[in-house]
Design a protein around this ligand. Structure first.
Ligand SMILES: *Cc1c(COP(=O)(O)O)cnc(C)c1O
Length: 382
């Protein structure tokens, strides 16, 4: 059986977890947490980085930091994971869904301005498959209308955006805030895990407080205040040192992981590209301003029927390929609140996108069988 995903262990995870346990400190904000945060801050140019228990938690922290309240509107794509919206809905926000681009699941930055009202508080671009949204356009709108930008960079570790000025920036370092995920389906993992990147100094001090249950405990441990207490709302957003120790092992091997995933991605592209001309499916479109971090390899099939037949044909050969999001404007929970606009491209990706197995240990032989199976199934169906 070829699974869709297989979490990859680099080898030193248990050694570091043992170190954490032996040190006698396994709650959060210890040595491994600090190592991970510093590494990510320095490598990607975040002003501040706080590990969280999940990407969802990082998004929830962002919503609290922006003081999202009932009546506020937040613009985001419909084609995304539920947490992107839920974090803001939990604070009472109304979600205004933007459609995807025709060529890519990412939101269409040219269609965002028409959605801005006097109640709009934030834009949440999601870098689908680690491919950047058009960040210059989004940041320009945020400046013009005085909005905040929270990048949902859950899938976007080690991916970059190059602006019209030629400056290359890491995803997650551009918006005021950004959320990453280290869930076992992402490139770098810790089981469950995440990161809040803070790029606007105004949020730094309060982020630490929200992270530590609404207390100024972090400042206390740095000796900045002589006692600590309850100063704001907050929750327990920080992961334990056991999680951080696991993550540290992974971060040390980030380049090796990225190299192998990219090889697999490129191999799919090379061998499926010639078949693209037959019109059964399109391969991922990469805008010139974006890099590819090899988080997801997907096909956009000509029809839902073809997509579903491919899933079945692959499954018959014990290969697990899967579709992705059901658009949030069509979800049982949020449909009653949606303003009713049609979002045809989000619908189209929900119906036709197919993700292929992509994990570090995918063997060349297995990858060849996947490619062969797709080519023969696709030609059989048409
Ligand atoms: C994975 C993911 C999340 C949530 O991350 P968790 O760590 O699973 O909470 C949020 N948004 C997107 C786009 C994701 O892919």
């Amino acid at each position: 059986m070829i699974p869709f995903n297989k979490p990859y262990l680099v080898g030193r995870e248990l050694e570091y977890i043992k170190q954490a346990v032996d040190s006698g400190k396994i709650s959060g904000d210890g040595q491994f947490t600090k190592k991970c945060q510093l590494f990510l801050q320095q490598r990607y140019g975040f002003r501040k980085a706080l590990l969280t228990s999940s990407g969802t938690d990082a998004l929830e922290m962002a919503a609290i930091l922006l003081n999202i309240k009932p009546g506020d509107e937040v613009i985001m794509p419909s084609y995304t994971f539920v947490s992107t919206a839920n974090a803001f809905v939990m604070r009472g926000a109304k979600i205004v869904f933007a459609d995807s681009q025709q060529q890519h699941p990412n939101l269409d930055a040219d269609k965002v301005e028409a959605l801005i009202t006097s109640n709009t508080k934030a834009i949440v671009p999601v870098h689908y498959a680690g491919i950047s949204c058009d960040m210059s356009k989004i940041m320009a709108l945020a400046n013009k209308y005085n909005l905040f930008v929270v990048e949902d960079a859950a899938q976007a570790i080690d991916s970059y955006y190059t602006g019209p000025d030629g400056v290359k920036k890491a995803l997650g370092s551009i918006g005021h805030l950004a959320a990453f995920s280290f869930h076992e389906t992402k490139n770098i993992i810790s089981g469950e895990g995440g990161l809040l990147a803070i790029n606007d100094e105004r949020f730094s001090a309060r982020a630490e407080i929200i992270w530590e249950k609404g207390t100024n405990r972090s400042a206390y441990f740095r000796g900045e205040v002589d006692k600590y207490g309850w100063v704001d709302i907050g929750s327990s957003f920080l992961p334990s040192e056991i999680t951080a120790a696991f993550l540290w092992a992974q971060l040390q091997e980030l380049d090796r992981i990225q190299h192998r995933r990219t090889e697999i991605w490129n191999y799919y592209f090379k061998h499926l590209n010639p078949v693209q001309a037959k019109g059964y499916f399109r391969l991922p479109a990469l805008p010139a301003y974006a890099t590819n971090n090899a988080q997801i390899f997907y096909l956009v099939c000509r029809s839902q029927k073809l997509r579903d037949s491919l899933i079945a044909a692959l499954r018959a050969q014990d290969i697990l390929a899967v579709f992705h999001y059901l658009p949030l404007h069509r979800s049982p929970f949020y449909t009653p609140y949606h303003d009713g606009r049609a979002l045809p491209y989000a619908d189209a990706f929900a119906e036709t996108l197919l993700r292929l197995p992509l994990y570090y240990e995918l063997s060349p032989t297995d990858q060849d069988s996947i490619i062969k199976a797709i080519i023969s199934a696709a030609s059989g169906v048409i």
